[in-house]
Design a protein around this ligand. Sequence first.
Ligand code: SF4
Length: 254
Amino acid sequence: MTPSTVVNELIAYGRELAASGAAQVGGTFTDIPEADRLLKESPEAFLIGVLFTQGIPAERAWAGPYLLRERLGHLDLGRLASEPEEVHAAFNTPPMLHRFKNTLPKWVSAAAIRLLDEYDGDASRVWAPGSHVVDVTERLSAFTGIGRKKAVMATEILARHFGVPLEGLDCGQVAYDVQVRRVFLRSGLSREDSVQAIEAAAREAYPEAPGTLDLPAWLIGRETCRPRVPLCDECRIGTVCPRLTWIMVEGVGS
Ligand code: SF4
C-alpha cells in the first residue's frame, strides 16, 4: 500500500464529486432548499456564506445567509453596510446565528462595504469568468473574515459546484482544514502537519488540479476518519490507506 494508491483513490473520488457538481455536504450545502437556492442565485449570499464557514458545522454555516435574510428582511448591501446595529441585532437574536456573535456581524458589514466600493455591489466580479485561481483566492482573502483556508475552499466550490470557468486549476489547493489534515496525515500523503507540507503533498499528489483533493479529503475526514473512532472499514480509501490512526490533529472538529 503506497501513497500513490491512496492518491489514485482520492483523485477518483474527487473526480466523481466534481462530475456530480457536489456542493460541500453531498449534493447540497444545507438541509434547507431555500437556503441552497439563495447561495446559488445570489453571489453576495455565497460570499456571506463563506464568512460563516468557521467554528460551526458546515450545514449550519451555509444556512447563515438565508437565516440572516429571514431576520433582516433583506440582504441589501447598502443596508448591510450602513446599518451595522441591525445586522448585529439579527445575529444576536436567540437562537444565535453564529457562535462568533460579535465578529460575524462586523465581517458581514465590512464585506458589504468592500463589495460596494470595489466590485460595484456585484460579488460575482470577485470571481469573474476567466479569472486565475490565484487571483480569486487573493481577492477573497482580502475580505475581513476570510483567511486562506476559507478562500481556497470557496474557490474550489466556485469551480466545482457553480461551474465558474477559472484559469490555473493547477494552482488550486486543499484547505488547511482539520478534516483534510487528519486524512492527509493518517493516509501517509503528508508526514508533516503544516500549511506548506499539506499543500505540497496535494501538489505532488495531483499537480494538474490539487484542489480536486479538497472535498474528498474533507468528506472522508468528516464521515469516516473520525478523530477517536475512525471507521476504516467503511472508508472510501480504506483498502489502500496505511491507517495511521494514532495520529491526531488539533483544531475545531478534531
Ligand atoms: S478512516 Fe482509516 S482508512 Fe480512512 S483515511 Fe482515516 S485512517 Fe485511512
